[in-house]
Design a protein around this ligand. Structure first.
Ligand SMILES: [Zn+2]
Length: 184
């Protein structure tokens, strides 16, 4: 089932999300809906807060980026109860976008390596390093769990320039190929 994506301005995008237990109701269905919604919207990652649930769950599929970023090939993974343990390397710039902030694409600096503790969809625990484009998408989705958005990382000047655009997004005055929702 396709789920509507909450837009910038919705208060739940600013809340810190909670861990879930393996008996979280209808988790399989929720995961299936996240994947369906992600692919329908041509995204590379989608976090549960974006569809209205403040739980620590996100899905990533970087395969479609593999032409420009070969290390993205075949990387498809659900992350449950993810917690960043450390990050490493030299900052690099990548142009990010977000399904909750349609039509806004901005260069964002992040470290290229991230170590994550998380459970996979079978609730098997992992402690793993991710690099490059995989790390980039994970870091972006992870921030949704912390109530942060990529536009927070821009300079005050860039943010000022985007202000009217962001206001329009928050009012739902933006065309998208997928269903969106504003929180009242
Ligand atoms: Zn996002």
């Amino acid at each position: 089932m396709l789920l509507p994506v909450y837009l910038y301005g919705a208060p739940l995008l600013r809340k810190k999300s909670e861990d879930i237990s393996p008996d979280y109701p209808h988790l399989d269905q929720l995961l299936a809906n996240l994947w369906e919604t992600l692919y329908h919207a041509d995204g590379v990652g989608l976090a549960a807060p974006q569809i209205g649930k403040n739980i620590r769950l996100f899905v990533v599929d970087t395969d479609c980026l593999s032409k420009s970023y070969p290390d993205g090939k075949g990387f498809k993974q659900a992350f449950i109860n993810a917690h960043v343990l450390e990050e490493a390397g030299e900052e690099w710039v990548y142009e990010e976008g977000c399904l909750s902030i349609p039509k806004v694409h901005e260069n964002v600096k992040r470290l290229p390596r991230v170590r994550l503790r998380y459970c996979d969809e079978n609730f098997v625990a992992h402690d793993e390093w991710f690099d490059g484009i995989r790390a980039r998408v994970i870091q972006h989705e992870y921030e949704h769990l912390e109530g942060q958005l990529f536009v927070d990382k821009l300079s005050p000047l860039r943010r000022q320039l985007l202000k009217s655009k962001l206001l329009k997004v928050s009012k739902g005055e933006v065309a998208t190929s997928y269903r969106t929702k504003k929180e009242v």
